[in-house]
Write a protein that binds this ligand. Sequence first.
Ligand code: PEP
Ligand code: MN
Length: 336
Amino acid sequence: MIIIMKSQATDTQIEKVINWIESVGYKAHPSRGVERTIIGAVGDKRDKDVLRYAESLPGVEKTMPILKPYKLASRESHEGNTIVSVGPIKIGGPEFVVMAGPCAIESEEQLLESAYIVKKGGAQILRGGAFKPRTSPYSFQGMEEEGLKLLDQVAKKTSLPTVTEVVSPIDVDLVETYADMLQIGARNVQNFALLKKVGQARKPVLLKRGMMTTIEELLMSAEYILSSGNPNVILCERGIRTFETATRNTLDLSAVPVLKGLTHLPVVVDPSHAAGNWHYVIPLARAAVAVGADGIIVEVHPDPEKAVSDGAQSLKPEKFYQLMDDVRAIATAMRH
Ligand code: PEP
Ligand code: MN
């Protein structure tokens, strides 16, 4: 149920409604918009009708049931679009945001070089994996804490905020101390223990769609994070598995406008993991801007042939600069 406050409702009235919601056994999730405050009341109680009594509380305009299975993620529960801050960068606002960097952190030199490249190209956020979820247990698994320390150092040297993946609930606190945003990878999109744990974190979360999750399942996963207390979630379309084998995955570009209609959360696109081949990354990045995404996350490596992970889909510096020129031109055209 959502409780819509009158536009002139006072802070005390809002506070009283929150306390009342909690007193009847629900969790209150207030969302303060420009016009009015909307309070989501969520819980697993059967008797949701009790929440209708909120209509008699001072400052309340009306109550409305949310019919979708995802409540806090749904457009109804929030006025306008959510803008998520990653350090000083805002995702979901007017600016198209590019997150770029290597798939995996390999060494100080490799990460620093990558950071200078992506910064020179105009990317706003540095990506780099320290915990790598690999299909094979024999593949490089990431530099772990050592990698996180490098990420932190390079971020400070280049003034770029960072995003890095966390694959296990026990590592969330550690990753959070070094990174500006926590990535939940495609393989962990329904790792509910991990989702609840990042839901308790203070850093924003980049939630990637699984290769076999529907849009509704992705939103239900976002709901785990939101209902655990973290309102800062960014959704990422990174390609899904289809019968097609010419590309690593099939980039579901329609997911972007569909998600934009269903949720207030920002939506970004990962053309690299969708394509699996650098040749397709620039055209897919262009399409991501045109289809209305809030940003992209793209793999860039100073020397892709030597990359320990995802070299085939990583862009060389020159190609990344070209991508940035195209992205900027399309983003500018889209504003007119
Ligand atoms: C990654 O970002 O390097 C990654 C492993 O992505 P995904 O979870 O989308 O496969
Ligand atoms: Mn990768």
